[in-house]
Design a binder for this molecule. Structure first.
Ligand code: ATP
Length: 536
């Protein structure tokens, strides 16, 4: 794993990721996947879908699973009835707290600001920075500027205790905002709903108001009955969905890690309440293993159970799968996926109560007891087991992963610098993306050694045969072969097939392995079967 700067530059150079609308200066929190990035991310999503849904065998019992189970999928809309977000709690509760700096006009997420008490000659200030990247260095730099202390006198600054989050303070009068020059310029924290609002149809008023989904999960809950009725699935079963979600994050950062438009890969797994705990444990372990099987090093990956005070009121267990991204401080981890035991909270919320068809779904209507009067759809979302006749609301286990965060973790993990011989046989540092072959954007590159003597013709036939078999291949005949290898190493292509003088005589090609650099001769007729075997 290399530094973040090197990875970001490789991503741009090789076409994995570009800033959205770059020629107009970019748009903060939005990213485009380039020609190699789109293949990588598609492979991440396809592998997930195959491992979790299509390739899952409904009949046999997987290791660790309490019983056999079924899996199916959905593809729901991004804009849904606004009442969905009312009942899911997102309309009222999906917010972050932000603080603004009156002096610098910058905006921060309250929980992402941290700081330290610093004293200099009896003057005291709480000096802040954004959490993560070099927070302590920023605090020192800020404090030196504020107290007008030169670098050689910086020992005259006294620090109280450790860096703490701004959430622990309630008086902002002595707080120095990041990049502010005076104390007390940060505003009190204010609530900010993270859902993007839009208007549907010709009515521009609140009647037409709707939201872009902040998660894909709710589409699955509201279709629970449709899936049960149309598929004759029996509990336990899971419904998967992959798709875009949108959150108006206050401080998007760390490359694609926190974006405003991103993709999720979510499963809602419906099971009998009595067995839900066993299923929760099963999914925790199954999902963790998915990442290690695809090459994330276990020492950079952790499964962290939430403490009781972190749990939502309806959840009896939540665990996060976290990865030590290179943009984080030593010992810090960033969330890749959350696995939550959600009980029957979602189905119950969408079921209970009656929706008044004349009401504006965006205004909460309270009954005389002060509780919401109209909540769910009023539809019966209970499940009846046709064998036992038992009727119940299934409990739900939700493994919720981010496709962009997983892709970013695979990019970070793949980045390697090692030594390899160049065209003249001299050892040189090379950059190589060591993706699992299943995830690699290109599986093979076909390279004629030179652009003459009939080599390009043979190489083009090999390339065409690979493409006809559905294998992502690349043909390159330009420049020295060593340079062409290096380019493929940076793209993470696991195999290069070189057509040389011997090919024309004995109908074999050289197969070069990206990681071991080992080269073997392979009959041309075996190329397609050998490559497909190796990349599965
Ligand atoms: P965080 O605490 O990092 O904001 P979260 O706990 O709100 O994340 P969930 O609501 O559990 O995230 O969403 C499930 C998954 O969706 C996350 O584990 C992550 O992989 C992905 N995800 C959530 N927000 C973003 C985002 N802004 N950008 C990219 N991926 C995201």
């Amino acid at each position: 794993m290399g530094s973040m700067e090197k990875l970001v530059s490789l991503c741009k150079r090789r076409g994995f990721l570009f800033q959205s609308s770059e020629i107009y200066g970019g748009l903060n929190g939005f990213w485009d996947y380039g020609p190699l990035g789109v293949e990588l991310k598609r492979n991440v999503k396809d592998t997930w879908w195959r491992d979790m849904v299509n390739g899952h065998d409904d009949i046999s019992c997987l290791e660790g699973a309490p019983s056999p189970y079924e899996m199916t999928g959905l593809d729901c809309t991004i804009i849904m009835h606004p009442q969905v977000w009312k009942c899911s709690g997102h309309y009222d509760l999906f917010h972050d707290f932000m603080v603004d700096c009156r002096q610098t006009k910058k905006r921060y997420r309250h929980d992402q600001l941290c700081g330290r008490w610093v004293t200099h000659r009896d003057k005291k200030a709480f000096v802040t920075s954004q959490e993560g990247d070099e927070a302590d260095e920023n605090i020192e730099r800020q404090a030196m500027k504020f107290f007008k202390v030169r670098a050689k006198d910086k020992d005259s600054l006294e620090y109280d205790g450790k860096t703490v989050s701004l959430t622990t303070l309630d008086d902002f009068a002595e707080v120095l905002g990041p990049d502010a020059k005076e104390l007390g310029t940060l505003t009190e924290p204010r609530e900010f709903n993270l859902m993007f609002k839009t208007y549907v149809g010709a009515m521009a008023g609140e009647e037409g108001a709707a939201f872009l989904r902040p998660e894909t999960a709710q589409g699955i809950f509201v279709n629970f009955k449709n899936v049960c009725d149309s598929q004759r699935v029996r509990v336990p079963f899971g419904v998967a969905q992959v798709g875009k979600s949108f959150r108006n994050e206050i401080t998007p950062r760390n490359f694609t890690f926190r974006s405003r438009e991103f993709e999720q890969m979510e499963i809602e797994f419906f099971c009998h309440p009595d067995r839900s705990h066993e299923w929760y444990k099963f999914w925790r372990d199954r999902r963790f293993k998915w990442y290690t099987d695809l090459g994330l090093a276990s020492e950079r990956l952790q499964l962290r159970d939430h403490h009781e005070d972190e749990l939502s009121h309806y959840s009896t267990g939540t665990a996060d799968i976290e990865y030590a991204f290179p943009f984080l401080n030593e010992g810090e981890f960033g969330e890749l996926e959350g696995i939550a035991h959600r009980g029957d909270f979602d189905l119950r919320s969408h079921m209970e109560g009656k929706l008044d068809p004349n009401s504006n779904p965006l205004t909460l209507q309270l009954g005389e007891d002060g509780k919401p009067k109209y909540r769910g759809s009023g539809k019966d979302l209970t499940y009846r087991d046709d064998l036992t006749n038992e009727k119940f609301i299934p409990h739900v286990i939700e493994p919720s992963a981010g496709a962009d965060r997983a892709t970013l973790a695979f990019l970070c993990e793949a980045y390697t610098e090692d030594e390899a011989p160049d065209d003249k046989g001299n050892m040189k540092t090379r950059t190589v993306m060591k993706f699992d072959p299943r995830l690699a954007p290109l599986k093979a590159a076909v390279l004629p050694l030179v652009k003459k003597e009939g080599m390009p013709e043979v190489a083009k036939d090999v390339y065409k045969a690979l493409k006809a078999a559905g294998i992502a291949a690349f043909y390159d005949e330009k420049g020295a072969v060593g340079r062409r290898y290096r380019r493929q190493d940076e793209a993470g292509t696991p195999y290069c097939l070189t057509v040389d003088g011997d090919t024309l005589k004995d109908k074999t090609v050289t197969l070069r392995d990206r990681d071991s650099l080992e080269q073997i001769r392979l009959p041309i007729d075996d190329v397609v079967s050998e490559i497909s075997k190796r990349v599965q």
